[in-house]
Write a protein that binds this ligand. Structure first.
Ligand SMILES: O=C(O)C1=C[C@@H](OP(=O)(O)O)[C@@H](O)[C@H](O)C1
Ligand SMILES: C=C(OP(=O)(O)O)C(=O)O
Length: 425
């Protein structure tokens, strides 16, 4: 039986490991791939099946969103399978409402797809999502012919869009989030003029755009030089990889406890940039073995502090912050100023919490520096950010007296996280 996040207490004590773990695990399906495949399937004419899909709050949000746009979604959580029968949004004239909940991917991906519809679509989410930036995608949709209403504050949700967005050339900044670009690309084949995107600032989270292009290709649409000609998505049987960001916690656990963890299903051909977190651990001194379909991290020797740019793999920056506590020299993370606009200000939050535990942690504009130390017993606040909860729980594998407040926030992407973590002992 899977323990769901809903059954977690308000505060969860973490039990330190009594021996280095030796474990093999397979994390749940990739959130990012699941949400791309759901959208491409929803825009295809015919029925697609997604195998190994993630069932979590963010992917439920996307399933509900594409349903609101006219697709038929049949989820089967027991088999991690979702069947999606797509529909052509260009014929859809009724009013629709999308609640993207806390999900950046759902909201940023669905807005351009909704702008294909002649009907009006209102997109909204939680207060947390309303605080995140949307200006670039709203402006881009306006520029390619959609009517856009910002219903509260300019540049933020809630927003209403009405199409059809005709496409053509469009300029989008890349420095805040790659999700604006990914969302525009996925809707692009259904635009009358196709789409050519010009980035007006350096792109962060680059591997996620490669992932978008790969998932679109699996559904029969080619992207070249950020140009997408008019075309159609083909329904597909799609196998979703396990989530590499979720894997980072278990690989990190091996590194900081001197154990060995093998993650199955993440091989050298992974579409996810976050498999690169293993390279970061390797630079720190952990041993990494890479197979065609698995990744193993072995700890044991000293972990060294490093200076690393994480702009491509920023969802693992908090994981690294927890690892850095146990290194033999300071760790500096750069290139991630944009993560102040995620579920919370992740730079400020992780620094505040490590300082609460007595660790010398300092933030700067584009990252943070963590000096190794001995954390004291601490109840960590988690800021309704799943990655704060998952990352800080790693400290508790080594240190007694660590508690995680509001552990259920992991339900955003990994409802069974604490059950899987407990399997390390
Ligand atoms: O496209 C995606 O699936 C994602 C892109 C990244 O966001 P940004 O592009 O906003 O950095 C990442 O943090 C997020 O968890 C998932
Ligand atoms: C930033 C994240 O998610 P999103 O932007 O999809 O809400 C995340 O999962 O860490």
């Amino acid at each position: 039986m899977t323990t769901t996040a809903e059954r977690l207490p308000d505060v969860l004590p973490i039990t330190p490991l009594t021996a280095p773990p030796v474990a093999t695990m397979r994390p749940p399906g990739s959130k990012s791939i699941t949400n791309r495949a759901l959208l491409c399937a929803a825009l295809a004419s015919g029925t697609s099946t997604l195998h190994g899909a993630l069932f979590a709050d963010d992917t439920r949000a996307m399933m509900d969103a594409v349903t609101a746009l006219g697709a038929t979604v049949v989820p089967d959580q027991d088999s991690n399978t979702v069947t999606v029968t797509g529909t052509d949004p260009r014929g859809s004239t009724g009013a629709a409402t999308v609640d993207a909940r806390q999900s950046g991917t759902t909201s940023r991906f669905v807005l351009p797809a909704a702008a294909l519809r002649p009907g009006r679509t209102v997109v909204d989410g939680t207060a947390q999502l309303r605080a995140r930036p949307f200006g670039p995608v709203l402006q881009a949709l306006r520029d390619i012919g959609a009517a856009v209403e910002e219903l509260d504050h300019p540049g933020f949700l809630p927003a209403a869009v009405r199409g059809p967005a005709r496409g053509g050339p469009v300029r989008v900044p890349g420095h805040l989030s790659s999700q604006f670009l990914s969302g525009l690309l996925m809707a692009a084949p259904l635009m009358a003029d196709g789409l050519t995107v010009e980035l007006t600032s350096p792109l962060v989270s680059v591997p996620y755009v490669d992932m978008t292009i790969a998932v679109m290709a699996a559904f029969g649409v080619e992207v070249r030089d950020l140009t997408v000609p008019p075309g159609t998505y083909r329904p597909t049987e799609y196998v979703v990889e396990p989530d590499a960001s979720a894997a980072s916690y278990f690989l990190a656990a091996a590194a900081i406890t001197g154990g060995r963890v093998t993650v199955r299903g993440l091989g050298s051909a992974s579409l996810q940039g976050d498999v690169g977190f293993a390279d970061v651990l390797e630079r720190m001194g952990a041993r990494v073995d890479r197979g065609a379909d698995e990744l193993t991290v072995t700890g044991g020797g000293p972990l060294h502090g490093i200076d690393v740019d994480m702009a491509d793999i920023s969802d693992t920056a908090q994981t690294l912050a927890a690892v850095a506590v146990f290194a033999d020299a300071p760790t500096r993370v750069r290139g991630i100023g944009f993560i102040r606009g995620k579920e919370t200000d992740r730079i400020g939050a992780v620094v505040t919490e490590l300082r609460r535990a007595g660790i010398d942690a300092v933030e700067d504009d584009d990252g943070f520096t963590i000096r190794p130390g001995t954390p004291r017993p601490t109840r960590f606040a988690t800021y309704d950010d799943h990655r704060m909860a998952m990352s800080l729980s790693l400290v508790g594998l080594r240190v007694p007296g660590i508690e995680i407040a509001d552990p259920a926030c992991v339900g955003k992407t990994y409802p069974g996280f604490f059950t899987d973590l407990s399997r390390l002992s």
